[in-house]
Design a binder for this molecule. Structure first.
Ligand code: ARG
Length: 372
């Protein structure tokens, strides 16, 4: 980098760092001496090396704030209870995969899901990641294009599945094959790792009072681990910072299994239910949708896997917003994401307006890896 460009980016980094360290100090009750001292130290580190290193506490609180600031997330009441695994010392792909497997086991916790994040070493530039996990989630099902153009499995995974196949992987070809992980260090060739079956908790879907539902052969994985997003704290870019919460039922029942461009199961379920699908006005889609969501919630409960229904989640979000106000902060949120895709107007969030200001720290989408 030219000296002048370096100076500009150093100034920008210090500016971001200072804003975060001040917020950290205020919220955690640190003295202004301590905060000023830390900022001076960071300024010196940036001057000398072009970057700085978060303390364990700064890292952990930053990850929590990034969750608290995630305007699209309805589950933020629990932001302060995030478990943070500091994996910045993981250097090889093997080290990284080991931390990922530990994350999966710890957070799955036999079904009693624990919101957890694993944070790997940051990158100097957001667009030139030092570590990148190609998968958008640790656990997702493969999608296979058939000769007739139809898809077996999850259409959202078509590209990643093809990338895995180019790297020599072959799935069983069912609608629910868990994809392997692809990890890439800098510009090195990406490497592929199979996730051990015994650490992946899945829930076969059944309906409490419709035995025939089981014949659809549906299942879903218990925990959503978002692994493709970048965590930004105090100007540092953690391009590999996978995190998980627990599912809200509608994510699976009203989107993953219902969207026409995903598993598209409503027509098949309506048929099992004996509904008249010839006319939209029978509301067969809506009736099938409700029963699909009943089955998801019931099956997770039966299996002992944490899940929240959208009514409870909406109430929890209202409580989160109240708590934020009590602490002198304006809660931020994006209405179009906070409302559930099933019966939205029956929930409180539907009838509330939100300030969609984007605060930092936060989680951001990243470009798909160049070779994907
Ligand atoms: N909507 C995504 C999915 O269905 C998961 C996103 C994160 N969800 C969560 N409850 N933390 O897989």
């Amino acid at each position: 980098m030219h000296n002048q460009t370096a100076a500009v980016s150093n100034r920008h980094l210090l500016h971001e760092a200072e804003a975060y360290i001040r917020q950290f100090g205020i919220e955690l009750g640190r003295s202004s001496e301590e905060t000023n001292h830390r900022i001076a130290q960071i300024a010196a580190d940036i001057e000398a090396t072009g970057t700085y290193v978060h303390t364990g506490e700064e890292l952990a609180y930053g990850a929590k704030l990034a969750w608290r600031n995630s305007n699209r997330c309805i589950g933020r009441l629990f932001w302060d209870a995030l478990t943070v695994q500091d994996a910045r010392s993981a250097e090889t792909e093997e080290d990284i995969v080991k931390a990922i497997f530990h994350h999966i086991e710890y957070a799955t916790n036999g079904g009693k899901v624990l919101p957890t994040i694993t944070i790997f070493a940051p990158s100097a530039e957001p667009d030139r990641p030092r570590i990148r996990i190609w998968n958008e989630q640790y656990i997702r099902y493969a999608g296979y294009k058939q000769e007739d153009g139809s898809v077996v499995g999850d259409p959202v995974s078509l590209e990643l599945t093809e990338a895995c196949e180019r790297m020599g992987w072959r799935g069983a070809g069912t609608a629910f094959d868990v994809l392997p992980l692809i990890i890439q260090l800098g510009d090195e060739p990406p490497r592929l790792f199979e996730v051990p079956k015994d650490i992946v908790l899945e829930v076969p879907l059944v309906h409490p009072d419709m035995p025939a539902f089981e014949e659809l052969g549906l299942r879903w994985y218990a925990v959503p681990f978002v692994s493709g997003m970048r965590l930004e704290i105090g100007g540092l870019h953690y391009t590999a910072a996978p995190f998980n919460g627990w599912y809200m039922g509608t994510e699976i029942g009203a989107r993953n299994l219902a969207d026409p461009f995903r598993y598209n199961m409503l027509p098949k379920l309506a048929e099992k239910m004996g509904l008249d699908t010839a006319r939209e006005s029978t509301l067969w889609r809506d009736r099938a949708l409700v029963e699909m969501n009943v089955a998801v919630l019931h099956s997770f409960k039966t299996k002992g896997a944490t899940i929240v229904d959208h009514h409870t989640a909406s109430k929890q979000f209202t409580l989160f917003a109240e708590k934020e106000r009590q602490n002198g902060r304006t809660p931020t949120g994006r209405w179009s994401w906070l409302i559930p895709p099933l019966s939205p107007a029956t929930t409180g969030v539907f009838h509330t307006r939100f300030d969609d200001t984007e605060l930092k720290p936060n989680y951001y989408y990243q470009h798909a890896p160049a070779d994907l």
